[in-house]
Design a binder for this molecule. Structure first.
Ligand SMILES: NC(=O)c1ccc[n+]([C@@H]2O[C@H](COP(=O)([O-])OP(=O)(O)OC[C@H]3O[C@@H](n4cnc5c(N)ncnc54)[C@H](OP(=O)(O)O)[C@@H]3O)[C@@H](O)[C@H]2O)c1
Length: 363
């Protein structure tokens, strides 16, 4: 049976036998065939040969419009766009310009930018959305990020953190899009002496960590072009440690904060910068992207109050004294070894990024 294919660069339609084509590609060891006219990437369209043959010229032009990527205007699909990273990406992409953003999330947004509903745990919905948009880049910011909640909602955590990325990575491969999956320091055991590098063995200790690792593995197994970007201690537009400390400072003169867990606070703005930097490159694979430097939650809290001039006494407490449902890693420090080896691109140190964030909040 014939299938209809199109070049994403020049819009040339091609009719091929999908089974034969797949076999040829396997033998050639490539994901997508090059277009004979312009060497662009050729992908299948969601229209059968029978439907295609009935189409008018105008309908074919409309169909091509959906698939052809204007080189000046990249199509970027963001999932989980209502979250911290989603906000930061929207801000940065609007500043940069030159792209079309398709924001999606589980619920409608708050109106800052248009957000369509897409639940990434629905395989059918993911496939249909990706086919309709035919993006060049998909950035998955959606996740079940409640570390304690995940222990109580194992199935939901697996659906959001593992199956969602699986469906997205598979749909991305089919569309010839680059897929960015955001991951976490929680995939590691958290007891290493020194910072974790990309090649360190994963050994998650929590439901959150193991479901995020499953999401990483599904992304790799899909066999497309992907970046897995691990980050730690994220804060941006949403609920996070910085905002919690600032809120508590309104009602407390002194606070106790854990002193024996180490990591690197990372602003969503810095993560967005790293994600978009990577997405321009072709060295696919797994990367760490946290701000530079390291600290403890206790010293992080002290810095927040120092920068905002708030008179709050911070008292150190051990993890033993501050019990949580899910085990917290002692060491969450991620070294950006591969990212730093690529070019001169560097993420800011965590203090400068924090200062900038607080300035934006009006401090
Ligand atoms: N926060 C951290 O400290 C931290 C640390 C390390 C790694 N990470 C990773 O960094 C990434 C971004 O985190 P973040 O802090 O920006 O997350 P976030 O603020 O919690 O936002 C996640 C978003 O995902 C959406 N979402 C949840 N389930 C969904 C589903 N089934 N379908 C579609 N959207 C869904 C939610 O959308 P609605 O608002 O529409 O419901 C939410 O806005 C995640 O992969 C996370 O695992 C975070």
């Amino acid at each position: 049976m014939l299938g209809v294919y199109i070049c994403k660069s020049c819009g040339l339609f091609q009719l091929k036998n999908p089974a034969k084509l797949k076999q040829q590609l396997k033998e050639m060891g490539v994901d997508h065939p090059d277009c004979p006219k312009c060497q662009g990437c050729v992908v299948g369209v969601d229209v059968s040969y029978a439907q295609y043959s009935q189409m008018s010229e105008e309908e074919r032009r409309d169909l091509a419009e959906r698939y052809v990527t204007d080189r000046k205007e990249k199509k970027i699909l963001i999932t989980g766009a209502n979250g911290q990273l989603g906000h930061a990406l929207n801000k940065l992409l609007r500043e940069k310009g030159g792209c079309r953003i398709f924001n999606t999330s589980r619920s409608a947004g708050k109106g800052e930018y248009p957000v369509e509903i897409l639940d990434i745990t629905s395989e059918e919905a993911v496939r249909q959305t990706v086919r309709e948009i035919c993006p060049d880049l998909i950035i998955n910011c959606a996740a079940h990020t409640g570390v304690d909640q995940c222990e109580l909602e194992k199935e939901a955590a697996y659906a959001m953190n593992a199956l969602g990325p699986k469906y997205l990575a598979e749909a991305a491969k089919e569309a010839g899009a680059v897929f960015v999956q955001i991951s976490t320091d929680y995939v590691f055991r958290g007891d290493k002496e020194g910072a974790y590098v990309e090649e360190d063995e994963a050994d998650p200790q929590t439901v959150y960590g193991s479901t995020k690792l499953a999401g990483e593995n599904f992304t790799r197994e899909a066999g497309g072009k992907y970046f897995i970007v691990r980050v730690s201690w994220l804060y941006g537009e949403g609920k996070n440690f910085v905002r919690t400390m600032l809120k508590l400072s309104e009602t407390h003169k002194s606070l106790t904060v854990v002193n024996d867990q180490h990591g690197t606070p990372t602003s969503a703005d810095e993560l967005a910068r790293a994600v978009l930097f990577l997405a321009e490159r072709t060295e696919y694979g797994t990367y760490h992207a946290s701000c530079e430097g390291e600290t403890s939650w206790y010293l992080f809290a002290k810095k927040i109050f120092e920068y905002t001039g708030k008179q709050v006494e911070v008292l150190p407490v051990s993890s033993q004294e501050y019990k949580t449902v899910a085990k917290r890693p002692k060491n969450s420090v991620l070294e950006n070894k591969k990212l730093n080896a690529l070019s001169d691109f560097r993420m800011k140190d965590w203090q400068s990024a924090l200062e900038e964030y607080l300035k934006e909040l009006g401090y």
